[in-house]
Design a protein around this ligand. Structure first.
Ligand code: JFZ
Length: 455
């Protein structure tokens, strides 16, 4: 903590004060929040799951969510015009997450828009992207159909600012991916930025082109967002979920209107908690945030493999495969889903380091998937060297730190039988069932799963 004297332009200060007021926080907290948002590091004092973006009443027992509860692991795809500048504008490195470059560099609409003429991802292959998700063991896919920059990856009658009408590529990638997901048996979900739209004259967030006092946000919601949702929900077959984001100051009525628009056309389509105002089918944790212990909600952590969502040339901070596999286990052990992001290049290629890590995760899941898919939070929580998940009376013990004598004593568990999940090998248990006897070196140094039937 350090006290700094800074000069904030009036326009930005007014917005910060408005935000602070709406969210019942001090202006100084609003500044901290804005800065941490920009630089991707978040105030650790904030809980991983914000009650305001929580699950609507009744959703916890709603069978519409059953496929999502079974799935546990999904692929997030952030793709759009921002993949062209890839973190640099006029030769300058723009700090922060790649898809925020328009905002961070305050790029005028008239200038940013021109990127569309250069968007020609000739290497895009829907079958390959969906095939990668399959190999990774991911059961659903969520694509940015429209991010905060307003550019649409689908053909829309409500704006020309879309991949079919504004780019030389002219192909509807939402359509191609939706068809491919159907073919390969993966649920397709659509990310849609419902509040922030830096391109639309009535959307939220673009203070450098538009005068906020002259904007009509309600018209943007009703005359643009809802008609676009209608397109997304009628042109591409069954949609698994709509992943709304950054509700900001959207009102209760506006969130409700979006929810009604979705349910009216596709009653089974799930809606992410970031719709705002507590109306979502499931809760969303903060980005890259994992709660400390079990959470009795349907919840999901959206996360990056490096530090950006949208592709950046210069973001080499890749998490290791081991780290990612353990994060998946950690999340499952607390009852959550893991939505792991890839940011394809402007050519349509998923970066090789992402491919490698996803394949490593898929290899681990191919042997140990029973301990993840369809599980609930396990009975043993808050132990550093292991995690537990549970399903059909079996407790899956995921061992991160294998003891050198091979003797595993599980706090609070009495085993009736124990099996190494990956090989099916039966393990001895000592009388009383409190210790499982395994080999003296870790069968899987990343995480060894022992399936335990309890007494
Ligand atoms: C939002 C977007 O602004 C971002 O571009 C990306 O799409 C990400 C998945 O979602 O960013 C957020 C939203 C919420 C938090 C942090 C970043 N949060 O609650 O900590």
């Amino acid at each position: 903590m350090k006290d700094l004297k800074v000069t904030i332009p009036d326009g930005i200060l007014a917005r910060l004060e408005k935000h602070a007021k709406e969210h019942n926080m001090s202006t100084s907290d609003a500044v901290t929040l804005m800065l941490s948002h920009m630089f991707g590091s978040f105030n650790t004092a904030r809980p991983a799951i914000d009650p305001a973006r929580s699950q609507r009443e009744g959703a916890r027992t709603d069978p519409r969510l059953d496929w999502w509860r079974e799935a546990k692991f999904g692929m997030f795809i952030h793709w759009g015009l921002y993949a062209i500048p890839a973190g640099k504008w006029h030769g300058h490195e723009i700090p922060g997450i790649g898809e925020w470059i328009m905002y961070r560099a305050e790029i005028p609409v008239a200038e940013y828009e021109k990127l569309a003429a250069d968007f020609n991802p000739v290497k895009f292959d829907a079958a390959e992207w969906v095939g990668l998700a399959k190999r990774a063991g991911q059961k659903y896919l969520v694509l940015t159909t429209k991010h905060h920059d307003g550019f649409c990856l689908f053909k829309s009658r409500h704006t020309d600012y879309n991949i079919v009408d504004a780019t030389p590529f002219k192909r509807d990638v939402v359509k191609e991916l939706a068809e491919e997901c159907k073919r390969q048996g993966i649920k397709m979900g659509f990310y849609y930025s419902q509040t922030q739209d830096w391109h639309h004259p009535d959307g939220d967030g673009n203070y450098w082109d538009y005068d906020a006092t002259k904007q009509n946000f309600d018209s943007y919601i009703h005359d643009f967002v809802i008609p676009q949702l209608e397109e997304l929900l009628t042109q591409y077959g069954p949609v698994g979920l709509i992943w709304f984001d950054t509700p900001k100051s959207i009102t209760q009525e506006q969130s409700q209107d979006l929810l009604d628009a979705v349910y009216k056309l596709q009653p089974d389509c799930l809606v992410c908690g970031r719709l705002g105002n507590g109306l979502g089918d499931y809760a969303s944790a903060g980005d890259n945030k994992i709660p400390g212990s079990r959470v009795e909600l349907d919840w999901e952590t959206p996360a990056t493999i490096n530090d950006t969502w949208g592709f950046k040339t210069n973001d080499p901070n890749w998490k290791s495969s081991e780290d990612l596999i353990r994060k998946l286990i950690d999340i499952a052990s607390k009852g959550g889903n893991y939505l792991l992001n890839v940011g394809p290049t402007a050519e349509g290629i998923i970066p090789e380091p992402s491919v490698k890590r996803l394949e490593d995760m898929g290899a681990w899941l191919a042997a140990n998937g029973d301990a993840v898919y369809g599980t609930k939070a396990g009975p043993v929580q808050d132990v550093a060297w292991c995690r537990t998940t549970a399903k059909n009376g079996v407790v899956y013990l995921h061992v991160f730190e294998w003891p050198s004598d091979g003797k595993i004593t599980v706090p609070g568990l009495t085993a009736k039988s124990a099996t190494l999940l990956a090989t099916g090998e039966k393990l001895d248990i000592s009388a009383g069932g409190d210790t499982v006897h395994g080999p003296t070196s870790a069968p899987d140094p990343v995480a060894t799963v022992i399936a335990i039937e309890t007494a």
